[in-house]
Design a protein around this ligand. Structure first.
Ligand code: GLU
Length: 421
């Protein structure tokens, strides 16, 4: 799969829609900078393994480069480029003063010990030192990276600089410059966006069913907020399989998380368990989950979950795309033809980077906010972004993704113009 080709396909469609200036198009279709590094790491058994890492700085017209770091065996440069591009669009959609970037290491971190993971993270940070910085490029968590990994990155960077620079990464632990609310931010942001849509479509929460593919930080937190608001979660899954409330039993995501956590962690950093450890429910596989006759389907794992081949089998009315690139362009065309509304990733999952922005602001000011302040500001930004995307969709008579891209491209174009390209 080539996610960057999908990203460019989306960009091309949007550029045509807004009649993007040719010079801007030439600039935005390619990343500004690409860094590829080799990372030799000493394993616990005394052997060395050399991993491959990437950082793509896509565009910084609107502010410093910003975006997460992913640890995954299938991560490659093409994927990181796509993710960096989507970050550029995402930050512009929600109007925060950042450009877009992304990083990754091709590794299955669950096969490493915690010591090996720390050495790998520090080795990557050493290679990134000249490239990142709180005014330049600010990494954050993404798939398989968490606040502990961010703490190691900020610590390594600070040691090399000789003074503390907490603002060099976001998504850190509270003890080391993290922000209240950052951990749940992506899920909560998705919930705020969904509530706006629900208002327009006049959905009744008690009668609205939801299936979620992916029960990591994003899927699990979103499930918790939806469940608390009265929506009916009917199925959830993770990489090891899924569960379904076959007889209509209540599915409480907090209980599922508890069951999952009971198996403990793999060497301190990753959950060993799966949603399948929650034995009260019937089993369902990931592909079948996508075909359930629910109102809302949430891809919250990796890109390309809904592709051209399975899109025809989707029965949901709404797709809330919490995974970056969760729906391919070919699939989206089919879904739109069937009248299915897709709330795009660059809006739906932007809550994470919004609270990353708040964390960075707090780091720069050395003044920390309450959870209420964080969540209130997050809601305001997400509600406004939804409204603006909706208006662009109406203006251009298009779908929500193209509405979001139109909004973002206009903002990026304006920034490039005032700066003199
Ligand atoms: N990795 C998250 C994303 O894809 C968060 C990025 C950030 O906070 O910089 O949006």
């Amino acid at each position: 799969m080539k996610p960057f080709n999908n990203a460019l396909e989306q960009l091309k469609k949007a550029a045509e829609l807004v009649e993007l200036n040719k010079n801007i198009w030439e600039r935005i279709k390619k990343p500004d900078n690409v860094l590829q590094v080799s990372l030799p790491v000493k394993l616990d058994n005394g052997e060395w393994e050399v991993f491959e890492g990437y950082r793509v700085q896509y565009n910084n017209s609107r502010g410093p480069y910003k975006g997460g770091i992913r640890f995954h065996p299938k991560t490659d440069l093409n994927e990181v480029k796509a993710l960096a591009f989507w970050m550029t669009i995402k930050c512009a959609v929600v109007g925060i003063p950042y450009g877009g970037a992304k990083g990754g290491i091709t590794v299955d971190p669950k096969k490493l010990s915690v010591g090996e993971l720390e050495r790998l993270t520090r080795a990557f940070t050493q290679k990134l030192v000249g490239f990142i910085g709180s005014e330049k490029d600010i990494p954050a968590p993404d798939v398989n990276t968490n606040s502990q990994i961010m703490a190691w990155m900020a610590d390594e960077y600070s040691k090399i600089k000789g003074y503390n620079v907490p603002g060099v990464v976001t998504g850190k632990p509270l003890e080391f410059g993290g922000s209240l609310g950052r951990n749940e931010a992506t899920g909560l942001g998705g919930f705020f966006v969904f509530e706006q849509l629900a208002k327009r479509l006049k959905l009744n929460s008690k009668k609205t069913t939801v299936a979620i593919q992916g029960f990591g930080n994003v899927g699990c937190n979103l499930a918790v907020f939806l469940h608390r608001a009265g929506y009916k979660i009917v199925a959830v899954s993770d990489s090891q399989g899924g569960i379904l409330n076959k007889n209509g039993e209540e599915m409480d995501p907090e209980e599922i998380m508890k069951a999952k956590k009971q198996k403990g962690q793999i060497d301190g950093c990753y959950c060993r368990g799966t949603v399948c450890d929650c034995l009260n429910f019937a089993k369902i596989d990931n592909e079948k989950l996508l075909q359930l006759p629910v109102d809302v389907l949430v891809p919250a794992a990796l890109e390309g979950a809904i592709h051209e081949k399975n899109a025809g089998k989707v029965k949901a009315k709404i797709i809330l795309e919490m995974a970056n690139g969760g729906v391919t362009p070919g699939a989206e065309e089919k879904l739109n033809k069937k009248g299915i509304t897709v709330v795009p990733d660059v809006l739906a999952n932007a809550g994470g980077v919004v609270v990353s922005y708040f964390e960075w602001v707090q780091n720069l000011q050395n003044y920390y906010w309450t959870l209420e302040e964080v969540n209130e500001k997050l809601k305001k930004i997400m509600d406004e972004a939804f409204e603006e995307v909706w208006q662009k969709k109406e203006k251009y008579q298009t779908n929500l993704r193209m509405g979001a891209f139109a909004l973002a491209l206009e903002r990026i174009e304006r920034a490039m113009r005032v700066r003199g390209m």
